[in-house]
Structures are given as structure tokens and as C-alpha cells.
Design a binder for this molecule. Sequence first.
Ligand SMILES: [Zn+2]
Length: 160
Amino acid sequence: MAVLPIVIGENEPVLRKKTATVPKVTKEILRLLKDMDETVRNAEGAGIAAPQIGQSLRMCIALINGRYTPLINPEIIWRSEETDSMEEGCLSLPKVWLPIVRPVGITLRYTDAKGTEQERKLENFNARVVQHELDHLDGILIVDYPQQKPDASHKEHAKM
Ligand SMILES: [Zn+2]
């Protein structure tokens, strides 16, 4: 296992392209997920996506209910109409903090590390982290969102 270097910079090509579907949960994929797990813990992030460690693959790790959860080929199959705003940071954009408006609730479908398909309904912070990571899988960064006024309510924020 290893802590991997994190790709930094909003114009890095690997952070800007759509990732490829993971065809099969191989030993190689599991090793990469272990390294991503170690990397996100080391960086004290709430999540990390494969492009952030230079791999253009459709997988990420997201902090869900306090647990770092590997998500392979994740997709959001439902989004709530209700939205809220929270300041987000990104491990690939040091010192950038931006309030981002996102749906409060989502339904997520993904393959777990055992290769089993899962479906979960997520809300609030859990849903936010997953949406941030899925943006990474499509080459989208927080700087791409329309600028919002900073939220005076000082909600919890996190790097991901
Ligand atoms: Zn990020």
C-alpha cells in the first residue's frame, strides 16, 4: 500500500476528461482503491476520485456515514429537487473554497469492492461528497460552478 501523489491544478488533462468504466473488479483495481483509501486518509479528505491520483477510471472513495467507502462505476439515478449550499474544498485545488449548490438527496447505484451492485439513498453531507466525487469522474471541478455568495451560516466544509 502507498500514499499516492495527488494531481493538482484545474487545467491538468487527467482532471478534465471523462473517465472510463471499470470493466471488472480485478486485484489491480482493488490495490488501487486501497492506495486511494490510504491517500485520502493521509490528506484528511472526505473523498478522492481516481483522476486525482492520475487514473482515468470511473471509481472513487467517499466518506459515507464516517466510513471511507469505495464506489466503482457509481451513478446517480435520482436527485432531490431540494438543494442547499455548502462551502467545498478540493484536494486538487489547494486553498480554493467555494459555496456550491447541490441537491440535498440522491439515490446512488454503484459496484462495491466485492463486485456486488448496490443502491443507496443518501442525504446531506453524504450526498454532497458523492456528488463532488462523481463530478471528478466527468472532468468537472468546483471552479466550474457559477459563483455563489459565500454562505454566512458557516456550514461544515471539507476537502474532497
Ligand atoms: Zn475534488
